[in-house]
Design a protein around this ligand. Structure first.
Ligand code: AMP
Length: 283
């Protein structure tokens, strides 16, 4: 496994691999867990070579968010990536990605004004811009993202489509703890009490799925069920509860074939997001 810190070094390493063939890319912010590694394993199975990136992208954090304390452990991440079968790992510093004079922001319209975009101003411009740069640097055949960040997946699919990038975007299922909590690097912030409360998020979304499977199609009834389930845990502060169209992310009145049920909550200072697709068993 080669670890490259600069764009030039990454390009040289990629070019030196005569028979790269299909290249799968797994972009991450590090502090890796089984969710990230499931993407690397999938990329390994579907490509002849696998690249991962580890970059805590400052431009996708708001001024009052957790950039400075975002968890990092590069040595451990590299051991895990090597064991999972990564060939190339790109680990740039911020100055490599945003050198003096850098002045670009990619605004993906429509799907970025709602949900996370409504709460985290500028977040998806930061995501779209850094992912576009990573795609240009790595030039993957396929790129792998987790359903855990459902809106991010929608934004990146739109980015690739609108910029005619020749990249297949693959969305892989959310990996969860045994009690349903979606794995997240940010779970490391939780106190034992907050960790014990956190599975309420999955329970609440599962309740919406149960009602949907039992025939409920009134989106407001599904939102209310999520609210009631979340309200059982006093430690949880709710940012939003959504039952939306999975492609446009617009809130639904009536659910047709499919909907994305999603929520963002705060447990103390830690923000957790999660979602379930209703009408689709894969996520
Ligand atoms: P992050 O390091 O949080 O930016 O995540 C990097 C990639 O891993 C993103 O595509 C995430 O959606 C994905 N990811 C994060 N958590 C999970 C999870 N629990 N299951 C599957 N994928 C995940």
């Amino acid at each position: 496994m080669q670890v490259l810190k600069t764009v030039a070094a990454f390009r040289a390493a990629r070019a030196a691999r005569a028979e790269v063939g299909d290249l799968g890319l797994v972009p991450t912010m590090g502090f890796l867990h089984e969710g990230h590694l499931s993407l690397v394993t999938r990329a390994r199975a579907e490509n002849t070579a696998v690249a991962a990136s580890i970059f805590v992208n400052p431009t996708q954090f708001g001024p009052h968010e957790d950039l400075a304390r975002y968890p990092r452990d590069l040595d451990r991440d590299l051991r895990l990536l090597e064991a999972a079968g990564a060939d190339l790992v790109f680990t740039p510093e911020p100055a490599e990605m945003y050198p003096p004079g850098f002045d670009l922001s990619i605004l993906v319209g429509g799907v970025t004004d709602v949900l996370e975009g409504a709460v985290r101003a500028g977040h998806f411009a930061g995501v779209a811009t850094v992912v576009a740069k990573l795609f240009n640097i790595v030039q993957p055949t396929r790129a792998y993202f987790g359903q855990k960040d459902a809106q991010q997946c929608v934004v990146i699919k739109k980015l690739v489509r609108d910029l005619d990038m020749p990249i297949e975007v693959i969305v892989a299922p959310t990996v969860r703890e045994a009690d349903g909590l979606a794995l997240s690097s940010r779970n490391s912030y939780l106190t034992p009490e907050q960790r014990a409360a956190a599975p309420v998020v999955f329970r609440a979304l599962s309740e919406a799925r149960r009602l949907f499977d039992a025939g409920e199609r009134d989106a407001e009834a599904l939102r209310r069920a999520i609210l009631e389930a979340l309200s059982k845990e006093a430690r949880v502060a709710i940012d939003y509860i959504s039952v939306a169209d999975p492609l446009s992310l617009r809130e639904l009145a009536t659910v047709g074939r499919q909907a994305l049920a999603s929520t963002a909550v705060r447990l103390g200072p830690t923000r957790l997001i999660d979602n379930l697709l209703l009408g689709d068993a894969r996520a």
